[in-house]
Design a protein around this ligand. Sequence first.
Ligand code: TXA
Ligand code: MG
Length: 337
Amino acid sequence: MKTEILSSNEIEKASEILRNGGIVGIPTETVYGLAANAFDGQAVAKIFKAKGRPMDNPLIVHICDINQIYDIVDELPDNAKKLADRFWPGPLTLIMPKSKRIPDEVSAGLNTVAVRFPSNKVARDIIRSAGVPLAAPSANLSGSPSPTTAKHVVNDLFGKIDAIVDGGNCDVGLESTVITLVTKPPKLLRPGGITLDELRDVLGKVDVDSAVLNKISKDQKVSSPGMKYKHYAPNAKVVLIKSDRDNYIKYVNEHANADVAALCYDEDRKFLNVFSVSYGAQNDGKSQAKGLFYALREIDKNKEIRIIYARCPDADGVGLAVYNRLIRAAGFEVLDI
Ligand code: TXA
Ligand code: MG
């Protein structure tokens, strides 16, 4: 398949492809998404094929106007209204009972649907111009780190999708916060740019799904199918190291080798005797979120690397999202030193 690379001025071209049942990589403020008309089951099925995504993993439906939501859910729950008022447009996905218009391909056979109103202007212009909500997972090959630049999408999906719209670097850098409103109290399924404290500030009690921080066993029932799968994994093995700077540097330098890389804070790099890439500044969760997937992909470019010693982030605020992704990349292996 020929993949067209479009600029962010070619919105009309992108939306025409989408209206005709094609699939297009689009920028959002979180990560790049791979979009299709959410009402067109056949178009949505192409997304699963291109990504190699398991069919039981549902997609997020993206809207550009709050009124669009009434085609997706029959009723907007009160707590959804409150969250939408406060955080939309932005990096928050709400799970609610779905309307009949949403095809099974989108919801993977569940009776719920995930909805997000992105703040990225290019994303919103594309949705508006397409005239329909867009179903979109992250635009990476299933299992690899989510893409935060158009180049990442090219690397993973060129030749497999109709087009990619280049909208520059993603602001947040990690996928949206996902909360289900189907449970009482509502439950955080995936941490992201909107923090747990911010959600609790609006809703009061919010539970945290155990899969956010813990490994789930093979046959365990999960609230969000995406949690079952190994995610965000680069080619090399990631070992997460929980320690202060001195001990981290000491450990990495003691294990220095040509096949070893360090995934560290900006401030650590100058002390390390191995190939190192930083994923953000210490005590700055936002910069870590923005840099993490980019850094994992940078390390992957170095084909010699077999092991990555990653500095464990503080798991508070946005840091909870960074920690959640890193601990998955590390297969839940944490070295406490
Ligand atoms: O920021 C984001 O959310 C990006 C951009 C493109 O919007 N999208 C994204 O999509 O990260 P994806 O498919 O990579 O992650 C969606 C997650 C998956 O873990 C999926 O299992 C979960 O949301 N999900 C979707 N619909 C669900 C539903 N009805 N019930 C439970 N979990 C759901
Ligand atoms: Mg994804």
